[in-house]
Structure formats: C-alpha cells, structure tokens
Design a protein around this ligand. Sequence first.
Ligand code: CMC
Length: 432
Amino acid sequence: MTFARNATLEIFGQRHELPFVVGTEGETAFDITRLREQTGAITFDDGYGNTGSCSSAITYIEGEQGILRYRGYPIEQLAEHSDFVETAYLVIYGELPTAAQRANFSALLTENAAIHERMVYLFESYPRDAHPMALLGAMVNALACYYPHLATNNHNRDITNFDDAATTLISKVRTITAMAYRMSRGLPVIYPKRSLKYCENFLHMMFSEPYDLYQCSPEVARALNLILLLHADHEQNCSTATVRMVASSGANLFASAAAGVCALWGPFHGGANQAVIEMLQAIHDSGDDGTRFIAEAKDGNRRLMGFGHRIYKNYDPRAKIIGKTCESLLRTLGLNDPLLDIARNLEQAARNDAYFVERRLYPNVDFYSGIIMRAIGIPLNMFTVMFAIGRMPGWVANWREVASNPRTRIYRPRQIYIGPAQRDYIPVGQRR
Ligand code: CMC
C-alpha cells in the first residue's frame, strides 16, 4: 500500500487532510485512521460496503470485470493447472511451492489427518440429525482442547507452531466432516489412509466400507479438487472478516476458524449452496420450469439463491468454471440431473430479464456447485461444510496476516447510537 498524496475533506467549512492510499492494482482509499481524532466524527457505513477493514496481500477481486486472483495468479489458471493442496500452500505462504515444499506440506497434512481418539467420542454426544455445520463449528473449536500447544492465545507462540497448526486444521476438518457423516448414518467410522491424496482420502473416509473400498474415479477427484480450490479464499467476505476480527483479539487459529464456520453457515453466505438446491428441488417438485419463480423473485417475495454478489457486478469467474465442469462431470458419470436443466433455464431467464440485468445480478459460486456435489454423492446438508473445507486455507492465511503483524490492533468498530437518551430507573411497582 502506498501513500500517494493527501485528500482534503471539508466539514462545515473546516478542512482536514486525509492520506490517500493506493493498492497494487490501483484501488484507492482515504485513510481515516485519525478521522475521529481530527474531526470528532466517525464514518457510517452500514454493512461495510465502502470500508476497507485491513490491507492484505492474499486475494485480489475486481468485481466490475469479474476478476479473481490468489496471490496474483488468475483463478482460471489455478483451476486449470493446480489442485487444492498446492493452491492451499500458495494462499497461505504466498508462493507456489517448490517440489520439496509441496512434499513437506503434503507430509504434514498426512501426519495430521487422524483426530484424537477421544474426539471420536464427542460425536456420540450430539444428536444423530445435528446439522453438520453446527458439528463442524463445535469440533473445530474443540481442536484447541486436544491440541492446546497449538492454541496458546499468544500470537508469538502460536506463530512459532504455525505450520503444524495450519496443517492440523486443514487436514482434520476433512476427517471430522467424514466422521460426522458416517456417524449420522450409523455407519462404521473409516480412518484416513496415508497413501491417499487429500481429496481421494476424504472420499475414502466418506464412502468406503470396511469390506468394500471406494473406487475414486480421476474425474470425481478432479471435480472435488476444483470445488475446494475455487473456494480457497475470497478476500474480506463475512466469514473471513469474522476470522480476522476474532484473531485480532489474540485468539488462536482454531477459535478464529470456528467463528468463521459459524459466519459461513448463513444462507446469504456459504449456506446459499444448500439453499440453491432446495430452491431448484422445490421448483422441480412444483412442476415449474423456473418461470414462476423468476416472477416471484422480481416481486421481492423470493430471492434467486446463487445469484447476486456484493462485489461481483459481472459473472462470478468461479461460477463460469463450475458451470462448465458441471456439464462435463455429469456427462462423464452418465448422470442426468433435472435440477441442472432448471438451473440453466433460470440463468437464461434472469440474464434476459430487466430486473436482474439492471441490478447486475449474475450467478455466483453457489449456483452450480451443489449440482457437482450431488453428482459426487455428498448429501445436501453437507454442502456448506464442503465450502468450509475449501475456505480453510483462506482463513488460515488471513489469521496468519493478523497474528504475525506486530502492529495489529484489536478490531473494534464504532456505532451510531439510536436508542433512548438518558432516563432514570423506575422501580418495578411503578412500571406500566
Ligand atoms: N434475487 C433477487 N433479487 C436480488 C437478489 C437475488 N438473489 N440479490 C439481490 N437482489 C436485489 C435486491 O432485492 C435489491 O433490489 P432493490 O434495489 O430493488 O432493493 C438489489 O438486488 C441489491 O441487493 P442487496 O441485497 O442490496 O445486495 P447485497 O450486496 O446486500 O447482497 C447477496 C448480496 C449475495 C447477499 C444477495 O445478492 C443475495 O441474497 N443473494 C442470494 C444469496 C446468495 O446466493 N448468496 C451467496 C453469495 S456468493 C458466496 C459467498 O461469498 O458467500
């Protein structure tokens, strides 16, 4: 971030100088760090649509044109040439790994795949039909109980053990998710296998039986790699900003990531992938081809889930890639999913409709990802968990930026109070 020059803010005839800062890709901002001190006023930005809460070197998004880059690399190139583990390394450490770095990172992931055996009993105490996101949040936070040396809440100490903590988290969320799935179905738990790669190992823990090993096709492994890779980071979205917020208090990586899981769960964020399939299924069950639904969305009675984005005012580049993969995976697996036809109809209708065009509402990452996950055999209530597994590297990288910066200040926004003015206490007998 460079300080280009000062901008002048005039408030009721009084002029104030504000540093005008410029990022690597030319985005600009007024630095208001000293605004209240200088003017007595704060900025008001409900929903943070105009607020840069930090500087970050991880991900760049240009929403008008639909550009997404991790550490400078276009998402399209990573989707074509990389896989989830390599991309995770890139997002976390800033550079594509050398062969030796990649091998070391993979070895740590393998080493950390199993969870503490006592954690397995934790699952038993939850209801069988508990939502997997509720379980994941609890289990990620519980990692701090079982691996306290990686979660001291002293950033200097936690950063010393960072490689271990990062790979523990990224590897174990996969094991936790698969175990939660198996237990919810009353199936025997399948332990991770050292010889398998990240995605193949996950599918093995999900779908193998003690007497029948799951055979993973390269197309399915590739599709899962792609889904996770495309979710790996997305700059200051609701969950990542939450992770940074929690990290800024000095909290450890597991606590910060658990908070990220909770923020991700909502239907306007990561929960949208589940909501999209529920919407498509409801449209299908009602015999609508999407036309009636589009009309209701325009009346403001419904939201077209998987459409629209705070930052993208163009096609989300991730949705483009996922949309293409969706077609080819279904073809390869010989599947015909009627929900894909409805999704295509909805997209076509929306892209030719003034309501959506004027508001610049395009498909986002969640619009087609669920159709791929259904094809792989992942149950609907686990879709947001898959988003969380994919987003871990981004949360880890953002936590690291906060924890390793000696100038980090606790995140503490202000507010404009609109409650009652001062009044006197009324004893209970006199209240009406
Ligand atoms: N369907 C119908 N109308 C919509 C939609 C939609 N999906 N999204 C926005 N609008 C309308 C909205 O009603 C408003 O219209 P008006 O100006 O007439 O009041 C206008 O478009 C602007 O919407 P907004 O709610 O002010 O936009 P936002 O930036 O606050 O919200 C959003 C962004 C993603 C929450 C929203 O577009 C939405 O709810 N989309 C559906 C849920 C979804 O797919 N979420 C996943 C986002 S991508 C994955 C992630 O990063 O989490």
